[in-house]
Design a protein around this ligand. Structure first.
Ligand code: ADP
Length: 548
């Protein structure tokens, strides 16, 4: 017998119609690439998204077509999120920090037919356009006529102005109702571990993810919040927050392109931001600025960190010095991205000091909807004892089943698990702790050493700005940890003093065999350490330098 409840597909257009009807005055504040602040309400966003959907029809965009974007976080990008997906096309966000080669590869792989780009990416667009000639019908510059750049595009590729295209459309568009499993957006992995691969989200997966992340033990946005997504909309849909904010009625404060500490502190205080989300590098930058300038955070209460391990000092410093609670989430492009979030349980909420910190630096426990387990190399599940670590696998309705262009289910094992490529432990309370990417782990004499843990301890040393651990070849142990550090400005590194920072914190045999001081470390387009480049450079360091 079927239930007798209304059968409503879960569609992205419902989020914005809900926000327009029930949170009509909540704001979208955008710091513009061209300078100045733009502000309007969710009512305006919904109206303009419908106008955009009509404009896309005029541009012959059909259901299922991929429409690409090269843009920072701002209101026009939001209109694309809702207008493109709402009319049943696929919003394909492209990371503009990638080299032109990768951008061209991604546009081709996705087969995108239109490209919406901000003026700040004109050079990138010109570099990429000839390589997608014949495929890309037009480039739409996300600006008004007065700010249109003079771009040279290949024959057959039109150059259009966003505000003109919008002005030529009307607002009579009615959001269509269709199957909730329809593709809504497409995002490519950052390629830390190989060539970028597309992850194709559905309306259903997007709504379930937004629901789940809105729960109080997850990101927990509320309608009283003014939320600043520093995480870019081209990086896993800004962790789904452009959907969760209008769903909950929280206002959005969009930072545009300047993500340095001073710009963020100014925006957070001027726009009364209560919560913000981004990768650790961003918050390290903000902390350095606040400490150097003496500026305070006036309204901020919470910061969400994800994308890389959250250094303990960030939790401690924001709490103690600025009264801001830092919490950590874990996920990946393939998981929409949020899979786990770290908030206390009744069993540990009373912890203080060291014990509390040991809990807070873990990546957290699953959101309802996601299941996870750790397995050994033979695929056998390992105990949840918080000690053993193994390959982390996840499954759930917002975990990808196959990469773009491949057979459904092809990314899963026979039981439907997706292997994350992360190595983790899970404690009896369900808190998962990442110890490594499977490629980054140091295998010394057959035992695993966590590069993340060693890096986190290294950056707690007062002279160290950034640290990386590389598995260097060793004749006896196969691999040993090599520590590569960037000193803070005006500081120098004393190797012995630095290595003393590990005393009592890790087993003696985990100690790095040597320390290399460098001026800077290589990063990926999403700001993560580029471990494969470092491995290439330092793989034989111990052997060549006789340290082994
Ligand atoms: P890519 O896999 O191409 O680097 P993603 O942005 O999808 O791109 O990165 C996902 C990976 O980032 C995860 O598999 C994990 O290794 C790492 N990661 C994400 N969040 C955290 C976290 N809180 N702590 C440690 N690592 C994290």
């Amino acid at each position: 017998m079927l239930g007798l409840m209304q059968d409503q597909p879960l569609l992205i257009s419902q989020i914005i119609t809900h926000a327009a009807r029930h949170h009509a005055t909540a704001e979208v504040v955008s710091k513009m690439v061209e300078g100045g602040i733009h502000r309007y309400t969710y009512t305006d966003l919904e109206r303009r998204s419908r106008r955009l959907a009509r404009a896309l029809q005029h541009l012959d965009v059909d259901a299922g077509d991929r429409v690409a974007t090269l843009a920072w976080n701002g209101y026009r990008h939001l209109e694309l999120y809702y207008g493109v997906s709402g009319m049943q096309a696929v919003c394909h966000t492209v990371n503009p920090r990638l080299p032109p080669d990768d951008v061209a590869f991604i546009l081709k792989d996705a087969g995108s037919v239109l490209l919406f780009a901000e003026t700040s990416f004109s050079a990138l667009v010109e570099a990429v356009a000839p390589r997608v000639a014949g495929q890309l019908r037009a480039v739409v510059i996300m600006a008004d006529r007065a700010r249109m750049p003079n771009l040279v595009l290949p024959p057959g590729m039109a150059l259009l102005c966003y505000e003109e295209v919008m002005a030529a459309a009307d607002e009579t568009y009615v959001w269509p109702v269709f199957d909730e499993r329809t593709a809504a957006s497409l995002c490519y992995t950052s390629g830390t571990t190989g060539r970028p691969k597309g992850v194709l989200y559905s309306h259903r997966s997007t709504l379930l993810h937004a629901y789940a992340t809105s729960m109080p033990d997850a990101i927990g946005l509320r309608s009283v919040d003014r939320f600043l997504p520093v995480v870019p909309m081209f990086h896993v849909n800004a962790w789904g927050t452009p959907y969760a904010a209008p769903m909950t009625g929280a206002s959005l404060v969009m930072p545009g392109r300047h993500l340095d500490g001073a710009s963020l502190a100014g925006l957070m205080n001027e726009e009364r931001v209560t919560m913000a989300a981004g990768v650790p590098t961003v918050w390290l930058g903000l902390l350095q600025h606040l400490r150097a300038s003496g500026q305070l955070l006036v309204t901020a209460q919470r910061v969400m960190i994800g994308g890389s391990a959250c250094p303990r000092m960030l939790c401690e410093a924001f709490d103690a010095e600025y009264g801001v609670r830092v919490s950590q989430g874990w996920g990946m492009t393939e998981t929409s991205p949020v899979g786990t979030y770290n908030t206390p349980k009744a069993s540990n909420a009373h912890l203080t000091g060291e014990a509390e910190m040991a809990m807070r630096v873990k990546q957290g426990r699953v959101l309802y909807g996601i299941d996870m387990r750790i397995v050994d190399d033979a695929g056998h599940e390992l105990p949840r004892d918080g000690v053993r670590s193994g390959n982390l696998q996840v499954r759930g309705p917002w975990v990808c089943s196959a990469y773009y262009g491949e057979q459904p289910g092809s990314a899963l094992d026979a039981e439907g698990w997706f292997s994350t490529g992360d190595v983790a432990s899970i404690d009896p309370d369900g808190y998962m702790e990442i110890t490594d990417r499977s490629k980054d782990v140091v295998k010394s004499g057959g035992e695993w050493i966590s590069s993340i843990q060693l890096e986190n301890i290294a950056v707690s040393h007062p002279d160290v700005a950034e640290a990386a651990i590389v598995a260097a070849k060793h004749p006896k142990w196969d691999e040993r940890p090599l520590l590569i550090v960037v000193p803070k400005p005006d500081r120098s590194i004393d190797k012995d003093d630095l290595l003393r920072v590990y005393e009592g914190k890790v087993p003696k045999w985990w100690l790095p065999d040597d320390v290399v001081v460098v001026a800077e470390l290589p990063h990926t387009a999403t700001g993560k350490l580029q471990k494969n480049a470092l491995r290439g450079q330092f793989r034989n360091y111990l052997i060549e330098n006789g340290a082994a």
